[in-house]
Design a protein around this ligand. Structure first.
Ligand code: AMP
Length: 584
């Protein structure tokens, strides 16, 4: 039997109405016996508040504001089981859930709760599976039906289910159902139920659309709200990096690279973004897959199977698709974009640090999103640590180390022995060191940081490009570009070498075909143009000018052609650092 105890430390907290067992909540002896068997000893806050209300008057309409993982299934499931008339074979309760996974988990919990009662039957129906089997299953006595809205409507229209006797309708994760576009389906389904049925609505958030449902269908509902700030698990360490939106993928790659053993979920806001990022990272060779609502149920199942089997490092998901995912041992949760609704942060980060382990929740924010972090800190009473995106140097040494470990830990195959025998003679003139050097050279693409990768991906709060050039930075032009065989990193090294200004003070480098533009912090700018006076490369003068008008004309002297790799100041030889690196 699947059983898991809640990991949220706050459950141990005390409230004045806190009871330490289920017996005070009005549940019957058989239900209390089952709870003992399945190891539910202490009610969670939503259970201790909702169960007495529902046990006292099941015919009331009810609103429970609580999220997944708070024990809300038992909060409505236990009273529901007590209300069902076992002698009656009709469907008396309907539970609507946004996804198949959540529906299955809910049904499984209800089956656990009713394990001593063979007369009470629960069935779960959802889209993406053969409807004929579900029609057949519903022909048996089924007092409680758990369903996703779309499939339920289909079954109603095929007359495979009769809602006339339904006295209780539970709308579970109502906000998610609306987010997924089930509003019309829910309206239609409710129109098939009796006027006097009770609605128990559970939701993590209270957007206006939920309020509309409440006003339209519910009568003086009793409301219980579980404070979100209580639910952040203390074992989660919250961190964030600041990087430009355009650099997020590069930043994420660095974290994946330096922590090859990490395993987690990355949340994105839209289905399209989720797929695009998964494709991009997948094409770069990372073990990632997407999970979102545009995938068929079969596709989602197989992605989840691979994720559970550890066949991938990072699951890239939308908030909705990741609901109800129950996977332990995740070391990280990444937020490619922070969620629009602050409550979702709790959902997301709660995917890590399960079962007493610690975990990291890492948000990738752009320079303008600093206030979102402050908001999350306040609302959730947590503290975020600002960390840097790993530097190119860290990345390089990590790649070198992992490559070395891969070689060292590779199990030698029998075939290798055979091939070695054949090759021994050919390699006879090479020393171990020579062979290693050649091997490293052949693997440079994997272990070195490629030229397309930005050198420094870190930004500071409020540090958008336009702001910087207006405020604390000066914009410069240099008549050196891609045609000179330089990467951005090479050029920054070169400019820094010549000017004596440290690399960290340069930003916003835009490398073009035959010229480049960059910013330098105003405080460090001792007139860069002067530093480059007298510097020439193969007889051609290097020119650096202030470019605060953003003038991007090609100022390459027309006499110039071909590649340049030497520069001189007053006769002194000067090389581009990139060129030096390549020759090494
Ligand atoms: P839920 O929010 O209903 O999905 O519950 C989250 C998990 O907590 C499920 O695995 C439940 O089995 C478990 N759970 C719920 N209530 C309790 C409780 N009072 N004691 C121990 N485990 C619980």
């Amino acid at each position: 039997m699947h059983r898991r105890s809640l990991h949220t430390p706050k459950l141990k907290g005390s409230k004045k109405y806190r009871v330490n067992n289920f017996s005070a909540l009005g549940l019957s002896k058989p239900t209390l016996d089952v709870l003992k068997t399945i190891g539910f000893e202490t009610p969670t806050p939503i259970q201790e508040q909702a169960i007495p209300i529902l046990m006292n008057d099941g015919s009331t309409d009810f609103i429970g504001i609580a999220q997944t993982g708070t024990g809300k299934t038992a909060a409505f499931g236990l009273p529901l089981i007590e209300m069902i008339d076992m002698g009656n074979q009709n469907t008396q309760a309907l539970i609507m859930a946004p996804t198949r996974e959540l529906g299955q988990q809910t049904a499984q919990q209800l089956v656990n709760f009713t394990q001593n009662n063979k007369k009470l039957n629960v069935e779960v129906v959802y889209g993406g599976a053969a409807i004929t089997n579900q029609i057949k299953a519903l022909k048996r006595t089924t007092q409680i039906v758990v369903a996703t809205p779309g499939r339920l409507l289909d079954l109603i229209k095929r007359k495979a289910i009769d809602l006339q006797h339904v006295k209780y309708v539970v709308l579970d994760e109502a906000d998610e159902m609306l987010n997924m576009g089930f509003k019309d389906d829910i309206d239609e389904i409710l129109s098939y139920t009796r006027e006097d049925r009770s609605i128990w609505l559970f939701t993590a958030t209270m957007p206006p659309d939920i309020r509309k449902i409440v006003h339209k269908y519910m009568d003086a509902p009793k409301e219980v709200s579980i404070n979100t700030s209580e639910k952040i698990n203390k074992d989660i360490v919250h961190k964030y990096v600041i990087t430009k939106t355009a650099h997020k993928i590069s930043a994420i790659r660095r974290f994946l690279d330096i922590q090859p053993d990490m395993r987690g979920i990355m949340f994105c806001r839209t289905r399209r973004e989720t797929q695009k990022i998964a494709d991009e990272l997948g094409n770069l060779g990372y073990g990632v897959e997407a999970l979102h609502g545009d995938l068929s149920q079969a596709q989602r199942d197989s992605v989840m199977k691979r994720f559970k089997n550890r066949a991938m490092q990072l699951l890239i998901a939308t908030d909705v698709a990741a609901r109800g995912i129950d996977v332990n041992d995740l070391t990280h949760v990444f937020h490619h974009t922070l969620p629009d609704q602050i409550e979702y942060y709790t959902h997301r980060s709660g995917r890590t640090a399960r079962a007493g382990k610690t975990g990291i929740s890492l948000a990738f924010i752009n320079p303008r999103e600093g206030k979102r972090i402050t908001e999350l800190e306040k609302k959730n009473k947590i503290k975020f640590e600002h960390i840097e995106v790993p530097s190119v140097d860290e990345l390089r040494s990590s790649r070198i180390n992992s490559w070395a470990n891969l070689i060292i830990n590779t199990k030698v195959d029998d075939q290798a022995e055979e091939i070695l025998h054949i090759l021994q003679e050919q390699f006879a003139h090479l020393s171990k060191e020579d062979i290693l050097k050649r091997l490293i050279t052949s693997q440079l693409d994997h272990i070195m940081v490629s030229s397309g990768e930005e050198a420094n991906l870190n930004e500071t709060h409020g540090d958008s490009g336009s702001k910087r050039s207006k405020g604390g930075t000066h914009r410069y032009f240099i008549n050196v570009g891609i045609i000179d065989g330089l990467t951005k990193s090479d050029l920054i090294h070169f400019i820094s070498d010549i000017s004596g200004v440290k690399r960290k003070y340069f930003s916003e480098l835009s490398l073009q075909k035959n010229c480049a533009f960059f910013n330098v912090d105003a405080t460090e700018d001792k007139d860069l143009s002067k530093s480059f006076k007298g510097i020439d490369i193969e007889g051609r003068s290097i020119r650096v000018n202030r470019d605060d008008e953003g003038n991007k004309r090609d100022r390459r002297p027309s006499s110039y052609s071909g590649k340049r790799n030497k520069s001189k100041r007053k006769g002194a030889k000067k090389d581009f650092p990139g060129k030096r690196k390549k020759r090494r």
